[in-house]
Design a binder for this molecule. Structure first.
Ligand code: NDP
Ligand code: KPL
Length: 334
């Protein structure tokens, strides 16, 4: 099988992590990102770290860096890793340059990105993908994988072969819509984590914050039932039982969820990073998606709606919430 040429559209945390591992395995990857981020990579190169593998450093001369979508013209596979609010504009800019037979893979959170890409890139093959683990910029030019996990994507032999060669654990799934709905349940914690100001492991270790997540997930599961959606089971606990487990006392939860808490001490949600950097968050594509789905089926999702509002407030006036404060605020919203 000929080796595909890759482009990464949105060379931030996930884009640099995926693209960097492909480059390390000898693949041809063009990184398309913002000029400041590309200047940092051009100066320092790209370093990939994790707590389980030795660090990999790619010097600047191993990186193909670009700031405009025309650089993706020769790509066979484009990995889309912009934040959800940027998908439409990035794809529209890409449309004029992309080869007609190129395959576009969304490795983003939320439910709508593949559909947005299909609408902006008519005739192209667009696949849904999913990243289950956390990646953060730990310092300029370095991205750190903070927890283990298996990537998922709709089947594509060339993509899977290249990822496996690069040591990126990936599974082909034919139920990506169900996978994305399941991932969204997990991502409802992004807002709770961002507002807590704590690392994921510490935040999830505290029952009051888990209670906030359980309230969000209960509304989401009710909306899914009303919509006839059955989220995929991705871990040892069925999605419908997770809110109950989240409500268990700390010591019991820690024992039951030990595997899920195999997270680096400093790992935080991508939404925490957005708030810290003063960027708009993806809350409309996460909690906002549940609010919309509930409304479309004649239901309310007041807890998720309150979190949308609180995260928007935090975007303009940063504040952190203790677990009991946030839990009381969300219960009062019901
Ligand atoms: N980080 C994580 O741990 C995880 C993230 N995800 C999901 O992956 C997706 C990517 O997240 P993440 O990597 O954290 O995001 P980042 O913000 O780190 O990376 C996205 C990058 O794309 C840039 N960008 C936006 N539009 C364009 C464009 N048109 N052309 C070139 N560059 C562009 C952004 O620049 P600027 O900021 O200046 O706009 C930013 O640098 C999100 O949907 C996220 O929810 C999923 C699992 C885990
Ligand atoms: C992996 C996880 C759930 C980590 O919080 C994430 O998807 C994110 O931060 O956006």
């Amino acid at each position: 099988m000929p080796r595909p040429r890759f482009a990464v559209l949105g060379a931030g945390s996930i884009g640099c992590h995926l693209g960097g591992h492909l480059v390390a395995a000898g693949h041809d990857v063009t990184f398309v990102g913002r000029s400041a981020a590309m200047a940092t990579l051009a100066e320092r190169g790209l370093t990939l770290t994790s707590s389980t593998r030795p660090p990999v450093h790619l010097p600047p001369d191993r990186l193909t860096l670009a700031t405009g979508p025309e650089a993706a013209a020769g790509a066979d596979h484009v990995l889309v890793t912009v934040k959800s609010a940027d998908t439409e504009s990035a794809a529209t800019a890409l449309a004029a340059h992309l080869a007609p037979d190129a395959v576009v893979v969304s490795f983003q959170n939320g439910l709508r990105n593949p559909a947005v890409l299909r609408a902006a890139l008519p005739g192209r093959t667009v696949l849904a993908g999913m990243v289950p683990y956390n990646v953060m910029r730990s310092e300029p030019g370095t991205v750190h994988q903070g927890m283990p996990g298996r990537l998922m994507a709709e089947p594509d032999d060339a993509l899977l072969a290249a990822f496996h060669e690069a040591g990126l654990d990936i599974e082909a799934r034919t139920d990506m819509s169900e996978v994305q709905h399941s991932k969204l349940l997990m991502n409802l914690n992004n807002a709770v984590n961002a507002l807590s100001g704590l690392p994921l492991r510490d935040q999830l270790g505290l029952r009051a914050y888990r209670g906030c997540l359980a309230l969000c997930q209960r509304e989401a599961l009710a909306a899914y039932r009303a919509a006839g959606v059955a989220p995929a089971r991705l871990g040892p606990i069925a999605p419908g039982a997770v809110p109950f487990v989240l409500g268990l006392p700390d010591a019991v939860f820690r024992r039951l969820a030990a595997a899920s808490l195999r997270t680096d001490a400093h790992a935080r949600s991508s939404m925490w990073e957005d708030l810290k950097c003063g960027r708009p968050t993806e809350v409309e594509s996460l909690q906002g998606e549940i609010v919309d789905l509930a409304r479309a089926h004649g239901r309310r999702a007041p807890v998720n709606a309150r979190l949308v509002a609180l995260v928007h407030e935090a975007e303009s006036a940063p504040r952190t919430w203790t677990g009991p404060e946030l839990y009381a605020e969300l219960r009062a919203a019901r």
